[in-house]
Design a protein around this ligand. Structure first.
Ligand SMILES: Cc1cc2nc3c(=O)[nH]c(=O)nc-3n(C[C@H](O)[C@H](O)[C@H](O)COP(=O)(O)OP(=O)(O)OC[C@H]3O[C@@H](n4cnc5c(N)ncnc54)[C@H](O)[C@@H]3O)c2cc1C
Length: 324
């Protein structure tokens, strides 16, 4: 086996491993196995008793760097620790999930390793030592294929696009736990509170989003009830966030979050290019709009032309009936 390795950064928040990291790790393991290199998962912060979710991907080595200071993300400390591990382990390929943290950390690692980087990839194929990556450009209007030509290559992968593969724990799995003396914290975050206790749109498998067609914040319970029925997250267009009807954390689009759920409901959303930029890679899109010419229908797999105030309650009731 080559001494070179393929590494995935594993993101934890309050001791929960992010699913998007396991997706990136699954790609890491697959490509490492294919090129006869060791796959390594690196976890920074958190206090884990077992690494079941990580080891189930078939990864060969888990490195967990712990310190109470590292439980919350610190760009400077995480970058230093992770870049040093990549150097010690002779990583030639490094993967991140393209989450908020991944988008912040990956470029810092790229600078430290003098590695080329491809962000927000939705496809990655290998041809010998080279990789052809695909990412959406021009706000999702086109897909660009590109190669990273440096010796060390870094890719961040769009969440919910690559599957989590769980063949089971590798028989020769090696687990290394290191206490970190690195307290190189430019900023110390002492507490992190979520804007709401609800599910985050960037991690949800189903999203129900509302736009200006909802007419006011008092009508959003229609969206919330449908979301609760489906176990979905609530999303919003910028128009309703700017109007103060919904929190910014729910905004989907170019200046909000990029989402790739299996199912996306756009209710009373016209489908402006800036909104589509954040959700057009959803697997199935259902649009409800009273204007049959609304641009959202050009990307929708299922379109309902009609008044959402009539359709949403009927849809919610029908889904409840089918589920029961
Ligand atoms: C630099 C920049 C960045 C931006 N970033 C984002 C972003 O990140 N996310 C984003 O969403 N937008 C973004 N925008 C704004 C974007 O251009 C649109 O203005 C916004 O998406 C419109 O929101 P909307 O679809 O909710 O509202 P509208 O465009 O007003 O659409 C409302 C829709 O509701 C329908 N409707 C009305 N009543 C009903 C009813 N009773 N039943 C059914 N349908 C009904 C209407 O037919 C209409 O299609 C950005 C704009 C700029 C310039």
């Amino acid at each position: 086996m080559s001494t070179e390795t393929v590494i995935a950064f594993i993101e934890q928040r309050e001791n929960e491993i992010k699913k998007a990291s396991l997706e990136a790790l699954s790609v890491c393991v697959k490509l490492a196995d294919k090129s006869n290199k060791k796959s390594i998962a690196v976890l920074v912060g958190g206090t884990f008793d077992s690494y079941d979710k990580i080891s189930a991907t078939g990864v060969r080595k888990i490195i967990h760097v712990t310190s109470p200071e590292l439980n919350l993300y610190s760009a400077s400390a995480y970058a230093e620790i992770f870049a040093n591990i990549c150097k010690e382990e002779t990583a030639t390929l490094v993967f991140f999930a393209n989450t908020l943290l991944g988008k912040d950390l990956a470029p810092r690692i790229s600078v430290r390793l003098e590695a080329g980087i491809g962000m927000d990839c939705v496809d990655l194929t290998s041809e010998g030592q080279e990789f052809i990556a695909t990412r959406p450009i021009f706000a999702g209007k086109a897909l660009q294929q590109f190669q990273v030509l440096t010796k060390i290559k870094i890719f961040s992968l769009r969440p919910n696009v690559f599957p989590v593969v769980t063949p089971g724990s590798s028989p020769d799995l090696e687990t290394v736990r290191k206490d970190s003396a690195n307290n190189n914290l430019a900023i110390k975050v002492s507490e992190l509170k979520k804007a709401s206790g609800k599910m985050d749109v960037s991690e949800a498998d189903i999203i129900v989003s509302g736009g200006r067609g909802m007419k006011g914040p008092e009508h959003f319970p229609l969206i919330e009830t449908l979301a609760d029925t489906l176990g979905a997250a609530v999303g919003a267009s910028r128009a309703v966030v700017d109007a103060g009807w919904r929190p910014h954390g729910e905004q989907v689009g170019q200046t909000g979050k990029t989402v790739s759920p299996t199912l996306y409901f756009a209710c009373g959303i016209s489908g402006a290019i800036q909104h589509l930029a954040g959700m057009s890679s959803s697997k199935f899109i259902v649009a409800i709009n009273k204007d049959k010419d609304a641009p959202i229908f050009s990307v929708a797999d299922y379109g309902i032309v009609g008044d959402l105030f009539e359709i949403l309650p009927l849809l919610t009731e029908e889904i409840k009936r089918v589920k029961s």
